[in-house]
Design a protein around this ligand. Structure first.
Ligand code: ATP
Length: 289
């Protein structure tokens, strides 16, 4: 008997998603253009289709943190929206264990309300009771770091920088234990200290047997946070496996200079570690590699 794998939390089965865009061929979509079409008895503008996902299949299991990488427009956000149940697939199916929570940079908070009120509302929206929300309040504010440089939590959210709002949104979402947490670029906006806290929280969620999907253009964050990575390109999965191998292949194609620098830095690190460990009294230092 082989080892048993943890239970699946998300199964994506040959999912296709096609966006339909109306009004793309009839010139400008304004009133004079519409009148012109009527007068010239033209048909209504045609519908154009964008195939964002073209047969994506994957199985995610408890305890996994999965990075989603790929160039702009490759289908990463669309895949998250589909897993979250916010976009029904055009073909194929998504099965999930529990309700996945999508945390995106655009997640709705009320900009005219103070950070304080948004924390409570966000907690209630996430299904916590009022007492639970009050109990978590201090932790959420501390996690977000919003009050690190003054009392910002009592100011309306419209006065926050985009990084501050993204941090507060992440802190609210992370306060709850999720079976499946879907994160779209949220970590990229934080500073180094916030990123460390987020990475620790993601590890904690995983150790509570949750599954985390992380869409990010920051390959460093993906390397740090996920041990499995899926590379999407033009709506297809190009690679799915060990993060180091997948991110390396992605970098080799898209950022050869970045990859060269990383390999050089790693070689230098290994050489200095080798030097430190192979230096013997009276003997010359040898660098490995
Ligand atoms: N609401 C929409 N209506 C029509 N087309 C859309 C819509 N949202 C995305 N698309 C198209 O679907 C494709 C995939 O977009 P998606 O946002 O999923 O890519 P992405 O990999 O998340 O990109 P990025 O890295 O730039 O955020 C793109 O061609 C995009 O133009």
């Amino acid at each position: 008997m082989g080892t048993t794998l943890p239970d699946p939390t998300v199964i994506v089965d040959d999912v296709h998603l096609t966006y339909k865009i109306h009004g793309t061929t009839g010139g400008k979509g304004n009133a004079p253009a519409a009148l012109d079409r009527i007068l010239r008895r033209q048909n209504a503008p045609k519908v154009r289709e964008v195939k964002a996902l073209k047969g994506v299949s994957l199985v995610a299991r408890r305890g996994e943190a999965i990075g989603l990488i790929g160039s702009n427009g490759s289908g990463k956000s669309t895949l998250l929206l589909t897993i979250a149940g916010l976009l029904p697939p055009t073909a194929g199916a998504v099965y999930t264990d529990g309700q996945p929570s999508l945390l995106g940079v655009n997640a709705a908070l009320m900009s005219d309300l103070t950070g304080e009120r948004n924390v409570i509302l966000g907690c209630l929206a996430a299904g916590m009771s009022r007492a639970e929300a009050k109990e978590k309040y201090e932790d959420i504010v501390a996690f977000s770091g919003i009050n690190d440089r003054g009392d910002f939590i009592s100011l309306p959210m419209r006065t926050y920088s985009s990084g501050m709002s993204a941090r507060l949104r992440f802190a609210i979402a992370a306060a709850k234990t999720h079976d499946v947490l879907l994160i779209d670029e949220a970590l990229a906006t934080g500073d180094a200290a916030f990123r460390r806290r987020s990475e620790a929280r993601i590890k904690e969620l995983r150790s509570n047997a949750g599954t985390v999907f992380l869409v990010s253009h920051s390959l460093g964050v993906v390397r740090e946070t996920c041990e499995r990575t899926i590379w999407l390109e033009s709506g297809h999965i190009l690679a799915d496996g060990d993060t180091e191998a997948v991110v390396d292949a992605y970098q080799a194609r898209n950022d050869p200079e970045g990859r060269r620098k990383r390999l050089l830095a790693m070689a230098a690190e290994q050489a200095s570690a080798g030097q430190a460990t192979t230096t013997e009294p009276g003997g010359p230092a040898r660098a490995s590699g």
